[in-house]
Design a binder for this molecule. Structure first.
Ligand code: IMP
Length: 437
């Protein structure tokens, strides 16, 4: 069945933090389901509604719309500790969360306390060569998923008799490994058994066969929004390995991570910032470790939602974004945080790379060391643009900047973000159902 005009997939086309929360929140207004399919609590999606700010890590952003059913898919590494904190926090703020609006895949992997110990221990032992992870246990949890014998899935939380045995067996292996590798003190295994049996009881009503539920929704053309985490250049296969996360975060990851056919991906909205940021180590060809980078960081409040770390900042890299857009088959772009660029005399966009004076033909995530950026320079604009609601309201230089992005990526810009609030969005050249004029 053709779902091109029913479903929407939102994926980041840079190194994450492209402002997915805001776009997913806007687009979830025309969807019945919002589904996370990759990553875990390493994500930090921020939504501003009516002057209130919500920072979500694991719970899909559709939770702020009462009519939306939110799904944590099988491809997610599910951290019950963080999920429960988020659920309680949302409830305290008057957002109801329960089986009526949140389902968790029984097949999702569970992030256990040992995954966080291993994440921190492994990073510590790598010294200068560390990845710069979020320390949320993401990589070790996906590693155990692949190993199988040391994995715990959400379904296991519901089987108390066997869960205790499983935790004791795996914790024994981890305790011995960590003592040898990191000289760690042993974990209190019985406390972990109690804690995770307790999560099983609290979450039981929300655990479901989410793939089946989504495939039924697809059969009757109920609209689904797939909410990407991280960004394409952090993808475990296609990103700047090893400085990546451990899951498939492009639109290619949707079918496996949600349990739906590839045809269900629908219209792909590739989300980009009007500039580039990166947290953690690894190549970033357009990085500006100078006054321009600092200015972007301060104006854009570029500090991690999950870890508070200052983000590395630089110019928009059209060469890298084109690669990511092609990989996900992006149909259109959402350009976030254009307002951050107000006040620059001139702006640069990277249009390609050179190595030893030779133009690079294709973006190659395995060969970014020592590339030299080729820049196009555009005039900046002085005025603040956060009140603009129509494309025509933008200064000519900002409009030209948007058009340059469209030309270089070869896709229309459907939405333009000019401020944090839900309303601070210009609906531009979109074809998303319910938004196109
Ligand atoms: P991990 O996912 O915690 O293993 O971290 C691996 C790399 O991905 C590090 O460079 C992190 O900073 C980065 N990363 C993971 N999640 C996000 C995200 O949601 N936004 C931006 N960077 C992320």
């Amino acid at each position: 069945m053709d779902t091109q005009n029913v479903n929407v997939t939102v994926v980041g086309l840079q190194w994450g933090d492209e402002g997915k929360g805001k776009v997913v929140d806007a687009l979830s207004g025309v969807c019945k389901y919002v589904v996370r399919f990759c990553g875990g609590a390493n994500a930090g999606h921020t939504v501003h509604v009516g002057g209130e700010k919500y920072a979500l890590h694991l719970i899909p952003c559709g939770i702020l719309r009462p009519e939306v059913l939110n799904v944590i898919g099988n491809g997610v590494v599910f951290d019950p500790t963080i999920a429960w904190q988020e659920i309680e926090h949302l409830r305290q703020r008057g957002v109801s969360v329960g089986p009526g609006n949140l389902l968790i895949s029984a097949a999702a992997q569970v992030v256990m306390p040992w995954h966080k110990i291993e994440d921190t221990g492994s990073e510590g032992s790598l010294g200068e060569g560390k990845i710069g992870t979020t320390a949320r246990g993401i990589g070790p949890c996906y590693a155990d998923k692949a190993r199988r014998s040391t994995a715990i899935r959400v379904a296991d939380l519901l089987n108390e008799a066997e869960l205790g045995e499983k935790i004791r067996r795996i914790a024994d292996i981890k305790n011995r490994t960590f003592a040898a590798l990191y000289s760690s003190e042993p974990m209190d295994v019985e406390a972990i058994v109690q804690e995770f049996c307790d999560y099983g009881r609290k979450l039981a009503g929300m655990v479901a066969n989410t793939g089946a539920r989504l495939r039924r929704a697809i059969a009757v053309r109920e609209p689904i929004l797939f909410e990407g985490g991280q960004g394409s250049l952090l993808d475990v296969d296609h990103g700047t390995y090893p400085f990546v996360t451990s899951s498939s975060v492009t639109a290619c990851g949707v079918p496996a991570g949600a349990g739906v056919p590839p045809s269900a991906v629908g219209r792909v909205v590739g989300l980009v910032k009007a500039y580039t940021t990166r947290v953690g180590a690894g190549p970033m060809p357009t990085e500006q470790d100078n006054a321009s980078g600092c200015r972007i960081r301060e104006r854009g409040h570029e500090y991690g939602t999950t870890t508070g770390r200052p983000r590395r900042c630089g110019w928009f890299d059209a060469f890298a974004v084109k690669y990511a857009a092609d990989l996900s088959g992006a149909n259109e772009l959402a350009l976030a945080l254009l307002d951050v660029l107000s006040g620059f005399d001139e702006l640069k966009i990277c249009t390609g790379y050179r190595v030893a004076g030779e133009a690079v033909m294709d973006f190659d995530a395995t060969a970014l060391q020592g590339v030299e950026c080729v820049y196009e320079t555009l005039p900046g604009w002085k005025q603040e643009i956060s009140d603009a609601r129509r494309f025509e309201d933008l200064p000519i230089e900002a409009r030209e900047y948007v058009q340059a992005v469209e030309g270089l990526i070869g896709r229309p810009v459907g939405f333009i973000g000019v401020g944090a609030d839900r309303e601070a969005t210009i609906v531009h050249n979109t074809q998303v159902r319910g938004f196109k004029e």
